[in-house]
Design a protein around this ligand. Structure first.
Ligand code: ZN
Ligand code: ZN
Length: 369
């Protein structure tokens, strides 16, 4: 029954709800001329529109049908219908079929078909979990202590004291609905005594006071997968609150908070690392040992490497979520002068410096131009 909604025939014809018969006719003829299939050959949109107009006219130009439609419409707009309930507006079903009014209210959830829902899905749970940088890479088991609603174990959810059972509701005779006459049609509504279940509990279960539901603490263990990132929400299907009276369980949603690492920076499945190198390593080239998140790897820095150059170590980054492959480690080298120089270092560097004088020569020349 999804996908159908209340059809406002007045709106479709573009008229006021107090429109006279003549006005209804006039509006219909005007729109019908515009959207008639003969005038719009092959245009699907016009065809649909024409159908809607005809449907609206068929009801509104008939005084009896219009009267009934107006009553239903009023009921609808007054919010008399349960929100979220599936319903079908039988006016203007394919072919313009007109059903009895009691059927309409059945479909709106008022009728005898309206049964109390006994079992229902457990609620979803939402938690935040703090992870170290390393746990986010490797994955980690986590235990969540949640207060959840569950089917009462004493009465198995019936709400009746063990050994007793629910009895038929006297108010509605077990039908769950009571009929009320309103004007030209009869309207049935949910029995207030049994809330539509048709049954009442005379001796309630002492553990759940007749509700059939109890709250209890539950430990939920789940494994956070390897490769999660900060502020990521992971869904654990079926790990939420238990379903009530045989209903399916809800889901658990865990949002991660990953503690930043002092050295490594995550960028998706890649990891960034700033690596200090000496001037001589940069100038002469060097084989460096780089500490990654997963052991030591060798990095060959070629002679003449400039500061800021990025070396990509493939597959040495973070695991890709739900995949067997890894991202890359991006090593950005930074030529770093020694913090303290001894006499010998100073002398050597001064000597070296004599060769460095022309470094900015080209730059100056180009700037002057
Ligand atoms: Zn109980
Ligand atoms: Zn009842």
């Amino acid at each position: 029954m999804n996908g159908r909604e209340f059809k406002d025939f007045y709106k479709i014809l573009g008229i006021d709800q107090n429109a006279s018969d003549a006005e209804i006719k006039k509006a219909f003829h005007k729109l019908a001329r515009k959207y008639h299939p003969d005038a719009n050959k092959g245009d699907k949109e016009s065809e649909t529109k024409f159908k809607k107009i005809s449907e609206a006219y068929e009801v509104l130009h008939n005084p009896e049908k219009r009267k009934q439609y107006d009553m239903g419409r009023q009921y609808f707009s007054s919010g008399g219908f349960r929100p979220g309930a599936d319903f079908e507006w039988p006016f203007g079903t394919e072919g313009g079929g007109f059903e009895s009014f009691s059927d309409i209210f059945d479909l709106f959830g008022f009728g005898s078909k309206g049964k109390r829902q006994d079992s229902y899905r457990g609620n979803d749970l939402h938690y935040k979990v703090k992870l170290s940088f390393d746990s986010a890479l490797k994955g980690r088991e986590t235990e969540i202590k949640a207060r959840v609603k569950d089917t009462c174990p004493t009465c198995s959810g019936s709400g009746a004291k063990p050994g007793t059972g629910p009895t038929t509701c006297k108010h509605c005779g077990g039908r769950g609905v009571i009929a009320q006459s309103q004007g030209i049609f009869s309207l049935s509504r949910t029995c207030p005594s049994c809330m539509g279940s048709g049954k009442v509990i005379e001796t309630p279960c002492s553990q759940c006071s007749g509700s059939g539901i109890v709250g209890h603490d539950k430990k939920i263990r789940v494994k956070i997968p390897a490769g999660v990132e900060d502020s990521q929400t992971i869904k654990f299907r079926g790990h939420g609150e238990p379903g009530i009276k045989g209903g399916p369980p809800g889901d658990l949603y865990i949002t991660t908070e990953v503690i930043p690492h002092p050295v490594f920076i995550r960028n998706g499945s890649n990891i960034l690392l700033d690596l200090p190198i000496s001037f001589s390593e940069a100038a002469l080239g060097a084989k460096l040992e780089v500490l990654t998140t997963n052991g030591v790897v060798n990095l060959k820095v070629p002679a003449g490497t400039t500061s800021g150059k990025i070396f990509r170590l493939r597959g040495k980054g973070a695991p890709k979520l739900h995949s067997s492959s890894n991202g890359d480690l991006l090593v950005k080298v930074k030529i770093t002068p020694p913090k303290k120089l001894n006499r010998r270092q100073k002398t050597l560097l001064q000597e070296l410096g004599e060769f460095n004088d022309n470094l900015r020569h080209d730059l100056h020349k180009k700037t002057k131009k």
